[in-house]
Design a protein around this ligand. Structure first.
Ligand SMILES: Cc1ncc(COP(=O)(O)O)c(C=O)c1O
Length: 337
């Protein structure tokens, strides 16, 4: 059964966009500082596509589908400093497609200065439609789509966060990549990462099932913006839809989703002491940058779990860095710099 599913996965349309495999590196200085949990990092901040991040993997499949249906333009949406939007703009540029981004701004007013991801969106040639509609920005997307169609264009809507049964395949193959990459995988106790729209975690869980790695190590998502009761069912739903896409007769319940929602802090994109500490600790011990919204928060969660002895000295934990560092350049004040 899984052989057929792997064959189906390999035959899905895919556009090569990311630099793969991404490296796995030890974090010896941070491990020592935190008292002896052996920490490693998988560098999906190095996937390429306008500074890297997890969306590059998802976009390989989403652009495959866009090409298959003959799209000439992409539409997607996100928060003001959306990493997903920036990588979609880069993928569109690479594939010769026009790109329309619906981005959140209070009162639909663009920020005074284009900073961080917004600067990159503009450099990449995307058209930004500022909106005060909240996620998942359905009305704004529909409006842009209708206008493009009326002008004779063939737009493809890239789903919110790239998290659809197709987009998540990027993390099904990422899990295959991890398992084939290093002997470390055989002795890992946990993989920890940021979770939000859920496609990353859903893909990892489905990928670990396909590769027979299920249950060997915890796959712990640190929720960035939602309670477990909301994000958990969304992820299990995505897993089931993804399994169906691959022709698998396999269903999961919410309990396969290991998610921690203790680190929502002051809310989405509100940088607090925990995120500031995590960002500075990794930068100053290892020379590696995490972002203020997603990976900084997930790392802060991991650090707290280590301090609470949930992970113990000698255990091996892989932090899967999902990117976002371009947003740092828009958060100087919040970082106290
Ligand atoms: C840097 C970064 N990490 C993690 C995530 C969360 O990934 P997912 O939306 O697949 O849960 C995002 C989502 O935008 C992101 O930008």
């Amino acid at each position: 059964m899984t052989t057929n599913a792997i064959h189906t996965l390999e035959s899905l349309p895919r556009v090569q966009l990311a630099h793969l495999p991404t490296p796995i590196e030890p974090l010896p200085n941070l491990s020592k500082y935190l008292g002896g949990v052996e920490l490693w990092i998988k560098r999906d901040d190095q996937t390429g596509l306008a500074t890297g991040g997890n969306k590059a993997r998802k976009l390989e499949y989403l652009l495959g589908e866009a090409r298959k249906v003959g799209a000439d333009s992409l539409i997607t949406a996100g928060s003001t400093q959306s990493n997903h939007a920036r990588q979609t703009a880069a993928a569109a540029a690479r594939c010769g497609l026009e790109c329309h981004l619906a981005l959140y701004a209070p009162d639909s007013q663009p920020p005074d200065q284009p900073e961080g991801n917004i600067l990159l969106d503009l450099l990449l040639g995307a058209t930004i439609h500022w909106t005060d509609e909240h996620a998942p920005y359905r009305q704004t997307i529909r409006h842009i789509e209708e206008k493009l169609k009326a002008a004779g264009r063939r737009p493809y809507v890239v789903p919110y966060g790239g998290s659809s049964p197709i987009g998540m395949m990027g993390y099904v193959t990422a899990m295959q990549e991890l398992i084939n990459q290093s002997e470390l995988v055989g002795v890992l106790d946990a993989v920890v990462f940021a979770s939000s729209s859920g496609g990353t975690q859903a893909g990892m869980i489905l990928g670990s099932y396909l590769t027979g790695w299920s249950g060997k190590a915890r796959l712990l998502g640190i929720s960035v913006d939602e309670r477990e009761a909301t994000i958990g069912p969304r992820i299990s739903n995505l897993i089931n839809q993804g399994a169906q896409t691959l022709g698998l007769d396999w269903w999961v319940n919410d309990d396969v989703v290991d998610i921690n929602d203790d680190y929502l802090g002051g809310g989405y994109a509100i940088v607090g002491d925990a995120e500031r500490e995590a960002i500075k600790l990794l930068a100053q011990h290892e020379g590696i940058l995490v972002d203020p919204v997603y990976t900084g928060r997930a790392l802060a969660g991991l650090i707290d779990l280590i301090r609470r002895n949930e992970f113990k000295p000698g255990q091996k934990v892989l932090f899967w860095h999902t990117g976002g560092t371009a947003a740092l350049f828009a958060f100087g004040n919040e970082l106290g710099m």
